[in-house]
Design a protein around this ligand. Structure first.
Ligand code: ADP
Ligand code: ZN
Length: 292
C-alpha cells in the first residue's frame, strides 16, 4: 500500500512516501514557513504519488477529539500562522485521501509499539529528550487521548539536591520534566552542551534522576511495560544504566513484577526503530486511515 507520511515540525516539514511496513521510497523536506507558503509545497509533493492514505505526525498541541468541530487542528502554538490551523482538514481535502493525525511523539509511540521496541506488548511510553521533552502513551493497545493528549514533558518533579537550577527552564512551570531535563537545560545550567559534558559530570547523575522519576511515574501511573527513551540527549548511551538503577531505587521494590525486578534492561530501552520512529508512525497512521 502506497502511503504518505508528514512529519510536521516547528522548523521543517518532512514529507515521505512509503508503505505500511515502514519502508520509505521517497522523501522531501520543506522549511516550516507560514501555512500559505508551506502547505502548497507539501500538497504538490504528495500529489506526485498515488497514495492511498496520509498520516500526519505533528507538533502540538492538537485537537484529536473526533467529535470536535476543530478535529485535526493545531491549537495554541506560538508558531506564527499555525495557531488554530486546520492541518488535517486542509491536507485531507486537497489530496482526497483518508488522513489520520497524532502528535509527533504519539506517532513515534505507535511505531515503537507496532514495529519497534515494544512490539508484542500491550503498552508503552515513548519519550523524546531533545530540544524539548515529550511523550506518547500506548495503553491497552491504543494511543491514549483524553481531555487532549498526554503532555508527559510537563509532569512536576522533585528537584535533585545538587541541582543549581532546581526550577528548570520551562516558561510555564517551575520544576517540570521538560524544564529540568531538555537538551538546552544543559547549556543553561552548566554553560556547556549535553554533547560535550564529560561523562563523569554530576549533570548526568541529575539528568538520570529526573528521567528515573519519569520512569517511576510511567510504571506506577500508566503501568507501562516498556519505556522507550529517544531524542538527542539519549544518544549518551551510558545514561540508560544510570536511569534504570535510579528507577529501581525510586520504586524500592514496590512493583514486585519480574519484569521490573529482573529485566529492567528490557523495560527502559532505546528506540527499536532508531531515528525512524516518527516517520514510521506517520506511515502507520496513514495505513490506519486507509483501512478505515
Ligand atoms: P529535536 O528535539 O529538535 O528533534 P534532538 O532530539 O537532536 O532534536 O535534540 C536536540 C538537543 O539534544 C540539543 O539540546 C542537543 O544539545 C542535544 N543533543 C543532540 N545530540 C546529542 C548527543 N549526541 N549527545 C547529547 N546531547 C545531544
Ligand atoms: Zn513545563
Amino acid at each position: 500500500m502506497l502511503l504518505g507520511a508528514l512529519e510536521a515540525g516547528g522548523t521543517k516539514m518532512v514529507a515521505s512516501i512509503g508503505d505500511e511496513h515502514g519502508k520509505i521510497i521517497d522523501r522531501a523536506s520543506f522549511p516550516t514557513l507560514s501555512p500559505s507558503e508551506t502547505m502548497p509545497a507539501l500538497i504538490a509533493y504528495f500529489k506526485q504519488h498515488a497514495i492511498e492514505g496520509l498520516g500526519i505526525a505533528c507538533f502540538g498541541p492538537l485537537d484529536l477529539n473526533h467529535d470536535s468541530d476543530t478535529y485535526g487542528y493545531i491549537t495554541t502554538t506560538p508558531k506564527q500562522g499555525w495557531g488554530n490551523y486546520p492541518i488535517l482538514p486542509e491536507l485531507c481535502s486537497a489530496l482526497g485521501v483518508p488522513t489520520e493525525i497524532d502528535t509527533d511523539v504519539g506517532a513515534a509511540a505507535l511505531a515503537e509499539f507496532e514495529l519497534g521496541a515494544a512490539k508484542g506488548l500491550g503498552s508503552c511510553l515513548y519519550m523524546t529528550v531533545g530540544t524539548g521533552v515529550g511523550g506518547g502513551v500506548i495503553a491497552n493497545g491504543a494511543l491514549v487521548h483524553g481531555l487532549v493528549h498526554p503532555e508527559v514533558g510537563h509532569i512536576l518533579l522533585k528537584p535533585h539536591p545538587k541541582d543549581p537550577t532546581p526550577n528548570g527552564f520551562c516558561p510555564f512551570h517551575e520544576g517540570c520534566l521538560e524544564g529540568l531535563a531538555m537538551g538546552p537545560s544543559f547549556d543553561k545550567r552548566w554553560g556547556i552542551s549535553s554533547k560535550d559534558l564529560p561523562t563523569d559530570h554530576i549533570g548526568w547523575e541529575i539528568e538520570a534522576y529526573y528521567l528515573a522519576q519519569l520512569c517511576e511515574m510511567a510504571i506506577v501511573v500508566l503501568s507501562s511495560e516498556c519505556i522507550i527513551l529517544g531524542g538527542g540527549v539519549m544518544q549518551q548511551k551510558f545514561l540508560f544504566p544510570m536511569i534504570r538503577e535510579q528507577t529501581l531505587k525510586l520504586l524500592n521494590g514496590y512493583v514486585a513484577h519480574d519484569r521490573v525486578l529482573n529485566h529492567i534492561d528490557q523495560m527502559i530501552v532505546e528506540p527499536g526503530l532508531g531515528i525512524h520512529s516518527g516517520v514510521t508512525g506517520a506511515l502507520l497512521l496513514g495505513a490506519h486511515a486507509a483501512r478505515k
